[in-house]
Design a protein around this ligand. Structure first.
Ligand SMILES: NC(=O)c1ccc[n+]([C@@H]2O[C@H](COP(=O)([O-])OP(=O)(O)OC[C@H]3O[C@@H](n4cnc5c(N)ncnc54)[C@H](O)[C@@H]3O)[C@@H](O)[C@H]2O)c1
Ligand SMILES: O=C(O)C(=O)C[C@]1(C(=O)O)C=C[C@@H](O)C=C1
Length: 292
């Protein structure tokens, strides 16, 4: 039915939902963007920055007349927020989220409602930064980026079309896949690199001479570790929310790291060069997917 919603409610207006609000308002896609959250101060700031038209701390007020509800809260808050919204959801409300792992969202929504609504379309914009909060939001974040939707077998086609329409309004390309496939892919391309970056910086921070070590860090270290400045709580939730796939990715990486250590130990120049050459070729050939 409502392929083009008139009023969108953003629940948790931080980096991702704030950027979505800015972009939707800039595109003139909807009549009104309403923010719902726990504290007035950041929501007032979201309105000042132009991410929402108005805001409320009251789910009944924020959800009234909203055709589409976007959960922009961290993964760890999905279950509680869904339980809170439950009384105010109608059969026509289309719901989606932006969480970085999808299996846990489906599980938490089911736990909160007792079932997974046919009008809930799990989603994940493959775009972000290491910063959090609405202050870090910007309208072009999703321009030319990909958004993965993971509708279940029961998800309404109309609801999926509505969510797809929303992301296309802000310049994103929408791809659909299963929850399991999403979680396996993203464990490798996003969750593993974040673990490695956090792990490397943590290891370094425990070295007694880390102040001196960091003095000699430059572009390579900066590029490799930028994402270690991301929100620790958000990444804790992601790693635990996608535990199995993250563990598989880590196990594969550990094996390969061990093999690399053996090559260095054996001073195997050809072996090392072959690994580096293959990695360079792969990265260079696929740069168009992840270059901004
Ligand atoms: N940061 C990224 O690069 C990125 C990219 C893609 C997807 N995501 C996903 O998007 C989601 C949000 O990430 P973000 O970077 O926008 O985080 P953020 O911290 O910038 O925003 C989260 C917002 O939710 C609010 N919030 C937290 N708990 C709440 C609750 N119980 N009720 C109401 N509001 C609550 C916070 O106040 C904040 O405004 C996460 O699930 C994350 O996995 C993040
Ligand atoms: O560019 C960054 O800082 C990001 O971490 C963005 C990034 C990622 O590429 O891993 C992080 C989490 C997501 O769910 C999607 C995108």
């Amino acid at each position: 039915m409502n392929a083009q919603p008139r009023r969108i409610c953003l629940v948790g207006v931080g980096l991702i939902a704030g950027s979505l609000g800015l972009a939707l308002r800039r595109a003139g896609a909807v009549t009104e963007v309403v923010g719902l959250g726990r504290r007035s101060e950041p929501l007032a700031r979201a309105r000042e920055l132009g991410a929402v038209d108005r805001y409320s701390l009251d789910p009944a007020e924020a959800l009234a007349g909203s055709d589409l509800v976007v959960l922009g809260v961290p993964l760890g808050a999905i279950r509680g927020v869904m339980a809170q919204l439950r009384p105010w959801l109608t059969d026509d409300t289309v719901l989606t989220d932006v969480g970085s792992a999808k299996g846990c969202v489906v599980g938490d929504v089911k736990a909160a409602l007792g079932h997974f609504p046919t009008r809930f379309v799990p989603g994940h914009p493959i775009a972000g930064t290491e910063h959090s909060g609405v202050e870090a939001a910007f309208a072009t974040l999703f321009q030319g980026r990909r958004v993965i939707l993971t509708p279940t077998a029961d998800t309404s086609g109309d609801a999926t079309a509505t969510v797809q329409w929303m992301w296309e309004c802000v310049g994103a390309e929408v791809i659909t896949m299963s929850v399991e496939h999403h979680d396996r892919m993203l464990a490798i391309t996003s969750h593993l690199p974040h673990l490695l970056a956090f792990g490397l910086v943590d290891m370094l921070s425990r070295a007694p001479d880390h102040e001196e070590i960091l003095r000699y860090a430059a572009g390579g270290f900066r590029d490799f570790t930028r994402i270690a400045s991301s929100d620790p709580v958000m990444w804790r939730d992601i790693c635990l929310g996608n535990r199995e796939a993250v563990l598989d990715a880590l196990a594969g990486y550990r094996r390969d790291l061990e093999a690399l250590a053996e090559l260095v130990e054996a001073a195997d120049a050809d072996g090392l060069e072959a690994v580096f050459r293959s990695a360079k070729q792969t990265r260079d050939a696929h740069l168009h997917w992840f270059e901004r």
